[in-house]
Design a protein around this ligand. Sequence first.
Ligand code: AHR
Length: 492
Amino acid sequence: MAHLIINADLQGSRISRNIYGHFSEHLGRCIYGGIWVGHDSPVPNTDGLRNDVIEALRLLKVPVLRWPGGCFADEYHWRDGVGPHGTRKRMINTHWGGLVEDNSFGTHEFLRLCELTGAEPYICGNVGSGTVQEMQEWVEYITFEGESPMTNLRKANGREQPWKLTYFGVGNENWGCGGAMRPEYYADLYRRYACYIRNFNGNSIYRIACGPNEGNYHWTEVLMREAANRMSGLSLHYYTVPSGNWDCKGSATEFDESEWFGTLKKTLVMNDLITKHDTIMTRYDPDKRVGLIVDEWGTWYDVEPGTNPGFLYQQNSMRDAIVAGINLNIFHHHSDRVQMANLAQIINVLQSVILTEGGRMLKTPTYHVMEMYKVHQDASHVPITIQGGEYGFGGESLPQVHASASMDAQGVLHLSLCNLDPTRPADLTAEIRGMGVKSVDGRMLAASVMQAHNTFDEPDTVRPVAFFGASVTNGHLTAVLPPMSVSVLALS
Ligand code: AHR
């Protein structure tokens, strides 16, 4: 039995909608085939962008979309991706599978995708193999309105008005694929590059410095010490790799309970990482002005058998749904510091919300969790404590119930609940302080087997249904959560 105390009487921080951000990289079939099919494709499209994907992303209320990488960002030269189609340079994506790209998806196409889906763009610039001038001119090309070579080029390429661009990353993983730099060296480079990212015509850029990988606390310390006053955000990357072994990570759909347990245990590490990086950041930024930007997170398995190992294509099961629920709950709890998070990657790569095959598209269990949880976007975080309820396996234990809560602008309390145990239902009681609750309503995602997933032939195997397992009596909530389930309740 798990007992929750929900402190609706305590004022929490705002849960930025950007915690529900996504990441689109030139990797495998994320852009080409997943988002971009081209103007002449038989797949229904708007300006070359898939209509089915646009509609699904609008429904998800994707607030912000990161592009073009990832490791690809520090190899990308934006000028190759503007100008008339057919005249753009072809290039080899050396980092991801040696694919030859024709650069038909570039700056204009990405910003059009953002317009059509309602997402704000978050562009990641090239520090590893690019120049200060190149980065400066990219921002000028996108945002400058007055007379300048870049404005003229943009207009010649068919776009009269500048776009609004808020989020800009100064390199990606510059401790690794983005140049193998030491933090001291990158901190100096960051200061230099960030200087030339100008705010034109009242456009104000939120500059994001490359942050640490996982538990590299030294990187955070050096970046905050040397450059905190010049950045708006510092990134963090952490992936859930079930085995912890990058050479043999585990299958997305063929696993047993020991891998299920190990995956959820590794997911909970996100909380420790954020807590520790936040502690270091707070030493230099006690008012929490600088955001921690978790711009890569999610599960990372072995690729689907028979697919290109460089494309990182993986299926997505009920286990991924629980991983998503746990991570989002953690981000809510740290919403005073975590100002954005971006799930890797949005389509056909790692923990995707959408998979495509030719003209077909499916929504993964992770999509459904993000869609159910979207009620938390921009709501006020409501602190909770959970007592009791354990999920034991192989002599170890995890909390059986993982949860978070928020209050929306209409005064509705939303409670997200994950039952981590794949075999036992979770009995739950909750005391709600500071609010007279009379009714409860909800939706739930559950499955009968841990490996349940959606396929192109059976796309609705895992989908949300109404949840009738909760009731309110005298202001107290009781609920029975099915095994391996994610539920979102609305209390008013
Ligand atoms: O998401 C795949 C890769 O993981 C990204 O390109 C890189 O930033 C990270 O190492």
